[in-house]
Design a protein around this ligand. Structure first.
Ligand SMILES: Nc1ncnc2c1ncn2[C@@H]1O[C@H](COP(=O)(O)OP(=O)(O)OP(=O)(O)O)[C@@H](O)[C@H]1O
Ligand SMILES: [Mg+2]
Length: 250
């Protein structure tokens, strides 16, 4: 199925998006196999943590789920709609949001303007953008810092602005790649709480790459990657009584 406008409109009724990864491989020239072959499903509104050693393919898998990269073979469906065949602006504008380890904010612009940027792309008028940024600043606990240049914020504050920016388009799927990797434990705790609260409030699906054991304990499910594959058995899942067995393709 291609990503047609009507499909995202229908899917956009609210709540979290479902994700289906079907026999996805990603091979870079070399060849370097970043993702060996992965199949998994994520339920609407689920909170999944992706963990594993450096180079195991976590960022690669997240990028494929978020349509920042294309599989060499296999495919990804979000709400039953296949992504990745071609770049789909609506998917990026209305369905998915990203938070990266290094916030990628524009340092010379105030926090509130950074948050408004995705809304400019979505064609929202100035007054409405302002109001939305105000609400988001409040949501991430930074109402008093809206006028500060991003470059003048602390690492933790920047990361909270990055979360606000990712939430600006009300994504139903939020993908975060080591969002607390550059923070001290207090800053990390606040960002994690923020992600959890936002998910609870908005009902969105949340996938977080993290080595943080604390976030793993709070997730619905922890997926372990190793050498581009889902480890067949991770440590006991945070879902009580469940043994973690990834769905096998085929
Ligand atoms: N664009 C690329 N070109 C070539 N190889 C790549 C590319 N992107 C990733 N890789 C390789 O794919 C493998 C998986 O990389 P990836 O970045 O997904 O790992 P990761 O689990 O996110 O690691 P880390 O914890 O260090 O962030 C690595 O061997 C990496 O070198
Ligand atoms: Mg990575």
């Amino acid at each position: 199925m291609s990503v047609a406008e009507s499909e995202w409109t229908r899917a956009g009724a609210g709540g979290g998006a479902s994700v289906a990864v079907e026999r996805v491989r990603r091979v870079h020239p070399g060849p370097v196999v970043a993702v060996e072959e992965i199949s998994l499903t994520i339920e609407p509104g689920e909170f999944v943590v992706l963990t594993g050693p450096s180079g195991s393919g976590k960022t690669s898998l997240l990028s494929l789920i978020g349509d920042l990269d294309r599989p060499t073979s296999g495919h990804v469906e979000v709400d039953g709609v296949r992504i990745g065949g071609h770049r789909d602006d609506r998917f990026h504008r209305e369905v998915v949001g990203f938070v990266f380890q290094h916030h990628h904010l524009l340092g010379h612009l105030p926090a509130r303007v950074n948050i408004e940027i995705p809304l400019v792309g979505a064609g929202i008028g100035r007054a409405q953008r302002r109001a939305a940024a105000e609400t988001l600043l409040e949501e991430v606990g930074l109402r008093h810092r809206g006028d500060a240049l991003a470059a003048h914020l602390s690492g933790g504050e920047r990361q909270r602005v990055a979360v606000a920016r990712a939430l600006a388009n009300a994504p139903r799927l939020l993908l975060a790649d080591e969002p607390t990797g550059a923070l001290d434990s207090e800053g990390a705790r606040r960002v994690l709480e923020l992600l959890e609260e936002s998910r609870a409030r908005r009902g969105m699906t949340l996938v977080v790459v993290s080595h943080d054991a604390e976030i793993g304990r709070r997730a619905d499910r922890v997926l372990h990657l190793r050498d581009g594959r889902l480890a067949p058995y991770g440590p006991p899942s945070s879902r009580a009584g469940e043994t973690l067995v990834p769905r096998q393709a085929g």
